[in-house]
Design a protein around this ligand. Structure first.
Ligand SMILES: [Zn+2]
Length: 241
């Protein structure tokens, strides 16, 4: 998945790649997006094509034009969720209008049925059960491993994060600004509440912050250890002068 970064709202950001697939004849084009390496994603396209588990339109084009398709990166983006990823994919779909993706919307009922049958074949219940058990078993081990990895990469991550912050100063600034602007009302309310609460707060000459607006808390403070000790100190100090 590559290096993870953080934005100010503590959402994990990750890199996604919008890519295209085409053949030498040049008339057929497909656009997709992945958070994996392109080579890995292409391998999985080919694999799912063999097993019949893929976007059916792409499946047919691969069958027709051959497995040795060309592929390339269109652009990479940092995103925080799948919706954002799909937004970028959609953006490039709009620009390039690839014919293969377009056909996706017009899948015939037979294709859909075939696709579903194939999918079920490849996802037998037993297999899913097996996977479940396996995952349960390995959960602890995985968690421990993850924790260790997290610990071990702490320093490296700190360096990477700093590098990212340094090279993305403007973006981070913009993001924070956007966040502040969209949370203006909250901020206003908070600061009003704070001021109201702290209206009568003063710093006593003993150094303690006290609520001067309330008689009981004022008196409680004057009888407190810190304040009486301070008073005594002053008196003895004055006497020795
Ligand atoms: Zn005091």
């Amino acid at each position: 998945m590559g290096v993870m970064y953080y934005n100010n709202m503590n959402q994990q950001e990750y890199k996604i790649n919008v890519y295209r697939i085409w053949w030498d004849e040049g008339k057929d084009l497909y656009v997709g997006s992945t958070k994996r390496k392109l080579s890995a994603r292409m391998a999985s396209h080919r694999r799912s094509c063999r097993t019949g588990r893929t976007d059916y339109s792409l499946f047919n084009f691969i069958k027709e034009n051959g497995y040795d398709f060309n592929y390339g990166l269109i652009k990479s983006y940092m995103v925080t969720c799948r919706d954002e990823q799909m937004m970028w994919e959609q953006y490039h779909l709009g620009l390039l209008k690839p014919n293969i993706n377009k056909n996706r919307a017009h899948r015939s009922p037979e294709y859909t049925k075939q696709y579903q049958d194939d999918w079920r074949d490849n996802n037998r219940v037993e297999q899913r059960e097996k996977q479940k058990i396996y995952h349960q078993k390995n959960k602890e081990i995985r968690n421990a491993k993850n924790r260790k990895y997290w610990q071990d990469t702490k320093e490296v991550r700190a360096i990477q994060e700093k590098k990212y912050r340094d090279s993305h100063k403007e973006q981070i600034f913009e993001r924070r600004k956007r966040y502040r602007e969209s949370h203006k009302e909250d901020e206003k309310r908070r600061s009003l509440e704070f001021r109201k609460k702290n209206k009568n707060m003063i710093v006593c000459h003993c150094g303690e912050r006290i609520n001067y607006g309330r008689k009981d808390s004022r008196l409680r403070h004057y009888n407190s250890k810190k304040h009486t000790k301070f008073q005594k100190l002053i008196k003895t100090g004055l006497k020795s002068l």
